[in-house]
Each structure stands twice: as structure tokens, then as C-alpha cells.
Design a protein around this ligand. Sequence first.
Ligand code: SF4
Length: 435
Amino acid sequence: MAFRAQNIRKLTYQCLQDNSRPVKFKFFPAPKPSSVTSEQWNSWTWQLQKSLKTERQFAEVFDLTQSERMSFQQGSEVFNIRTTPYYASLCGEHSEDPIRKILMPREEELAPGLQQMLDPLGEKKNNPAPRIIHRYPDRVLFLVTDICSVYCRYCTRKHFTGQDQAFIRESDYQEALQYLQSHAGIREVILSGGDPLTLSDTQLERVLSDLREIEHLEIIRIGTRIPVVCPMRINDSFSKMLRKYAPVFLMTHFNHPKELTAESTEALRSLVDHGVPVFNQMVLLNGVNNHPAIVQALSRRLLYLRVKPYYMFQCDPSIGTDHLRTSLEDSLEIQKELWGNLSGLAMPNLSLDIPDGGGKAGYTPNFEIERTAKKIFFRGWDGVLSEYVNPQPETIVKPIDAAEYLPEWEQLKSGKQGPSFIECAPNERILPQIF
Ligand code: SF4
């Protein structure tokens, strides 16, 4: 496949609602090789079937460096190697190209590292049923498949992802459903993997429909990198299917503005237009996106496409990822630069997963410079010095109706079952007939 032969890109426009409105960002289609028909290229099953997996297949598309060649054999033993032709077409020629660093194995993966954890999130010890990770009282992860269409070299779930077990075995599926059914405190299920969107529509709809049979379940989240690496998977009929099971939130995973193409923006449009809220979780990666200019570019484009930049994760110390990890200081510096310069709507939350299942540690820049009994002194993001006068503790009161919400709050914290529905009644004041 001669991707490099096709360098002429057709300009397309991302039209949100109104064709007459000026367009702020223009996105381009990925460069399709001339040997491939549009029908093939735009078929997600073709993209999966034609995935590059071996050194020989990669060498047909990339000029592999000696280091990359050396890492293929052993690298695939540490973690599967795979990319869709579409995602490969977004790579630049340089061996340090950001997207290439995400999908291509490198020698550094094999070197002994500073912190090499096969299971950095401690998921194996929170695994009470097959494919279920239950770490928080009211939320669980349900790993419906271990397959991804691209194996990102920084993946945090190398203990599971890419073992090619495909869709969950029927007996494990039933056991997992049974677990969800019998734990009435579970309000939210996050479908993950692997990538749940590598399942067929029929398989995925079966999961969604079975989950919606569980009375105590409120929210379904789907974690997926498909809009980034194989966006042709998503079309209007797929988005309509998701909408049927609302509220379903789609958590996608763009890391770099160069991942936004006409194809991926069309996938996002389809989801949002069909009422599927989309959030983005990026990972800060060394030499890939660890610069405020790149994070702002990604975040602004996503926000324009009606996708909320949600998390900016510190890369987990997963095995073979030392070379892709930024220091926390580097990440904080990026966050501080963005703060104030970037709309709050576009600002992702910087967060580090405490290794071994310690949960999330969130970070925000600290602008406080001094605190006294009555005042807090600040230097703001652009250097403005000011003070905030604290109300006195004895003046602090709690809302008179807090007690009304206490049972719900206690149930949430305990992971116990709540009522089958919650009445959300407003106060009732019949206004006198004076209007
Ligand atoms: S898509 Fe997600 S689960 Fe799959 S390899 Fe990439 S980071 Fe890991």
C-alpha cells in the first residue's frame, strides 16, 4: 500500500449546522492510497482486516529505522502491535513523528525502566467477576473485549489488552451480568477493553440492551479510541442505536491535533447530532503532545466540534513506557501555561492515577501565596496580586433542605441500593393571581 504516493488532499469543510456560517477550522481527509477504492477505505471492517501487524507489513508503509526493526520481534511479545491503514496514513515520515511514536514499537520499550508495572491501576486485585473491575462504590469497568484496532504503545492495560480473546466468552458474560445485577449499588458501567467499538453493532447493542434491563443502572459510559483510529466505524445508524440506550456517554481519546481529520470530525458530528455526549481523555506523552501549544490546539478544535476536553492524564508507569512518560513538573508547567489563556470549557483536568489502584489525584495550579486567619493572598495566572477575605467561620450555614438529599448521598457513598426512582420535585408555591 503506497500511502506516500497519495499526497493530494481534498479540502473539506466541517459544517456544523449552517453552511452559510464562516468555518473556524478546516479539516482534511486522511490521504487514501490510490490503490484502494473509497468504498474499501471507508469500510471499518476493511480497515480492521487490512491492519498492519507484522514488521513486513509495516516496512511496506514506513522506512523503518534500525531501532524500530529491532523492536518488532521482542516488542510484540511485550505488547501486541497493530494499526489500521487509516491511522498509519496520519503518520509523518520523521521517526520522532508524534503519531508514529504512539503506534510504532521502539527499542526503548524493551529497556529496563524506572517503573515498569504490568498492572499500574491495580485492576487485578479489584476483579470480583470475569471482566469486571470494581474499584469505586457505584461504578464498574466492564471489559467487553480485549481487542483494539490500534495498540497504543503507552497502553495502561497491557495485562489484558491485545491478547486476542475477542468478545467475552458467553459464560463469563453471563457471570459479569449477574454481578452487575446482584450489586444494586452500581449506578454506572464503563464499557472498556480493549475497544468496545471493535464489536459489531449486534454485539454492542446486545450489551447495551442487557445493561438497560438492570433496573438500578443509571449511566453507561463507553471508552473508545475508534473515532481517532478508525472513524469510519461510526455512522448515523450507529449513533442512533447508541441514542436508544441513553444516557450513554462516549469517552474518546484524541492525543494530538493531527488526529483530527474530515473522517474523525464527521464521526464526532454524527455522535453529537444524535444526542450522544462526547468527552475526550488525552494522555500527556513525552515528545508527542507535551507542549501547551499542542494541548491548546487539540482542546480548541475538540471544543469547536462540541467535544468536551475532560482529562489530561499523566501517563501511567505501564511496562515499556518510560520513554513516553512526562515528569509531573512538565505536566504542571503545561497546565499552568494553559490556565487563563484557554477557555475553561476547553481546559482538560490534569490527573494522575495513583499506582496500584490508589485512585485519581487531580492537580490544579496553586495561585495562593499566603493565608492568614482572615485573608488569602493570591498571585493570579497573569501576575495580578490580590486578596480574598474569608467570611468568618461562625457565619457559615448549610442549606435548610440539605437533609432532603442526605439519604441519597449516604446511599451513593455506601454503594448500597437506592430507591427504584427518585422524585425530583421542585418546591411548590402557587403564586397569587396578580400577573
Ligand atoms: S485503544 Fe486504549 S486499550 Fe487499546 S491499546 Fe490504545 S490505550 Fe490501550
